[in-house]
Ligand binder design. Structure first.
Ligand code: PMV
Length: 328
């Protein structure tokens, strides 16, 4: 099964003549129960389900229009050169939807996550792109279909078509028709995430090769699917009951378990920098002193804090450079 087959399946007869432009916003998301490992490399089908929270109004704004010569990709006001990885990924994705070879796109995208926060923007980027395509061509696709299309750009983008808490169902079908995200029917206005940027450099090993290496060579990876199944249940319960300690404890240990599978890969994968470890130790010490403060991390050195809104002052005193995010 190819990505083109999935697109044909979803669009059916709906090719659509483009309007002059289509605009969309998609929030970034941070997983509380991580996605790490694919069962299908082409369609970005995950080994396990995952659960995230979207970052409110922090994400990607995209305007897509058609033009008659050469694709153009503009990020935060700067035109990308065709040899930049982002240009290639964006154009490869747009190729899936190009109705004629002489129709070109202008993609203008702006990230509302401060770049200083060092957050990857592929999830919100591909979700915004799928939503903007739907606007441009007036397909009238529903969120489930848009989640599937966004997944073809980047796995975690499947979750960025929604705000709030989002579950991405792993699914079992070979064509991925049951591998899409859905929002959870809960909000939690007092929950905050704090972004701590440690490095803005592009990571040495991207998530795609990183997951592949972990799945193929880490002796700990076989324990990961069952652990995720348990953590998914626990995190859902914590959200339903607004049990902050249970949520923080489980999200933190899920992230550490993911990093443990990576450390045991051959050759090992370690995304942490000395500053990452220093922050983890500070947080553990704070917790011993009774502070309600937890963290999660993705495939990079940056740390994302989880805390109740009323602790904002304490968090800012500890980490003056923190970028607080209101989630709901
Ligand atoms: O969607 P990708 O290929 O960027 O992978 C995301 C992987 C993690 O961020 C580490 C975990 C997750 O669930 O977002």
């Amino acid at each position: 099964m190819t990505k083109e087959d999935v697109v044909t399946q979803i669009l059916g007869e709906r090719k659509g003549a483009p309007r002059s432009s289509g605009a969309a916003f998609a929030p970034a998301n941070i997983a509380l129960c991580k996605y790490w490992g694919k069962r299908d490399e082409t369609l970005n089908l995950p080994m396990t389900s995952s659960l995230s929270v979207s970052l409110g109004d922090r994400g990607t704004e995209t305007v897509l229009s058609v033009r008659s010569e050469k694709d153009e990709v503009v990020v935060n006001g700067d035109r990308c050169s065709p040899d930049e990885p982002f240009y290639r990924r964006a154009v490869d994705f747009l190729d899936l939807f190009r109705p004629a070879t002489d129709l070109y796109f202008r993609l203008e995208t702006r990230n509302t996550i401060p770049t200083a926060a060092g957050l990857a923007s592929s999830a919100s980027g591909f979700a915004a792109l799928a939503l903007a395509l739907n606007e441009l061509f007036q397909w009238g696709l529903d969120r489930k279909e848009l989640s599937i299309l966004a997944r073809l750009g980047s796995g975690s983008a499947a979750r960025s078509v929604y705000r709030g808490f989002v579950e991405w169902h792993a699914g079992t079908a070979e064509d991925g028709r049951d591998s899409y995200a859905e929002p959870l029917p809960y909000t939690w206005p007092e929950l905050r995430m704090g972004l701590l940027a440690i490095s803005r450099e592009a990571k040495a090993i991207g998530s795609r090769p990183g997951m592949q290496r972990t799945k193929e060579t880490s002796p700990l990876y076989s324990a990961w699917p069952a652990l995720v199944e348990d953590d998914m249940q626990t995190i859902k319960r914590a959200i339903a009951e607004r049990d902050f300690d249970l949520l923080g404890r489980t999200a933190e240990s899920n992230a550490l378990a993911m990093h443990s599978t990576m450390l045991a890969a051959k050759p090992p994968l370690c995304y942490w920098l000395p500053e990452t470890v220093r922050i983890m130790r500070t947080l553990w010490r704070c917790r011993e002193e009774g502070q309600p403060l937890y963290f999660t991390m993705d495939a990079g050195p940056n740390v994302k804090l989880l805390y109740p809104a009323k602790e904002q002052r304490m968090v800012q005193d500890l980490f003056p450079e923190v970028e607080p995010v209101t989630l709901f």
